[in-house]
Design a binder for this molecule. Structure first.
Ligand code: NAP
Length: 259
């Protein structure tokens, strides 16, 4: 299927690896030029080179911490008028809400709520003027299906979802869509490091902890980041202009859904 976005330009945030990278790969495979962001310059440059060679598109690495205003200003200066924006960033650590400090809250809110909202605010009007815009926010299934230790993540991302719900109607007439992707467990470094932490705490081999978790899942496996990337690319396609304001859970049917 031709997604009709060849030659367009996408900013993909937090994309040197994991889910962000998978979105960049899927868009690049459609002929989209990529502004690739993450904080660490070395790994970012390496990933940008690999994607450019594999897909024959321009990939410009922009190293910036999007949780800061300075980082977002760097991204804006590098790409003032993208057609596509994929919002993403590292997730907050799990923990006990009794011990979270003001600094912990600020970090989570800056990274997972204020950063995507600020980028949407910076780019959406220009997209509307150009009559094309696709914005996808990578959030988390914890927004729909709470996990007790993930309060920082659930709170910050719910704030983003609430904001998105207030802007989509104002953008629809000009062919600008905003949608949220809510991943369950996907096989990325972040997920695997969480298992390493749990295995150490429980004194078990990490392979056993991973196998037990997979066995609990209806699909019997973790998600492949490429699966999320392909859905992201579809939501960014020319033909997806009538899909907006949606929050799509990708969890291999791990949670029962009412109709
Ligand atoms: P990952 O494999 O650890 O990759 C994170 C990427 O984000 C890296 O490229 C990292 O590069 C970049 N990054 C982190 N903080 C950043 C910041 N402040 N500014 C710019 N770039 C930043 O993580 P992932 O598993 O793909 O997860 C991506 C998002 O999905 C996270 O918010 C995570 O909580 C959420 N999520 C993941 C899962 C899952 O199962 N994997 C499930 C639910 C939700 P640098 O370190 O160089 O910046």
């Amino acid at each position: 299927m031709d997604l009709g976005i060849s030659g367009r330009t996408a900013i993909v945030c937090a994309a040197s690896k994991g889910l962000g990278r998978a979105c960049a790969e899927a868009l690049a495979a459609e002929g989209v030029h990529i502004i690739l962001n993450a904080r660490d310059q070395t790994s970012l440059t390496a990933t940008a080179g690999e994607i450019a060679v594999r897909h024959g598109v321009r990939v410009i690495p922009v190293a910036a911490d999007l949780s800061t205003e300075a980082g977002r200003a760097t991204l804006l200066a590098a790409c003032p008028a993208p057609d596509i924006l994929v919002n993403n960033a590292g997730g907050p650590p799990p923990g006990d809400y009794h011990s979270w400090t003001t600094a912990d809250w600020e970090q989570a809110l800056n990274t997972n709520m204020r950063a995507p909202i600020a980028l949407i605010a910076a780019y959406a009007d220009g997209m509307a003027e150009r009559k094309f815009g696709r914005i996808v926010n990578i959030t988390s299934s914890v927004v729909r299906h709470p996990i007790d230790a993930q309060g920082l993540s659930a709170a910050a991302r719910s704030g983003l979802h609430g904001f998105v719900a207030t802007i989509v109607r104002g953008l629809a007439r000009n062919n600008v869509t905003v949608n949220n992707l809510l991943p369950g467990p996907f096989a990325t470094d972040r997920l695997l490091s969480n298992f390493a932490f749990r295995a150490k705490r429980e004194g078990k081999p990490v392979e056993d902890v991973v196998a037990a978790r997979k066995a609990e899942l209806p699909a019997g496996r973790f998600g492949d980041p490429a699966e999320l990337g392909r859905l992201c690319a579809y939501l960014c396609s020319a033909g997806a202009g009538y899909v907006s304001g949606q929050s799509i859970v990708l969890d291999g049917a791990a949670h029962p859904q009412a109709l």
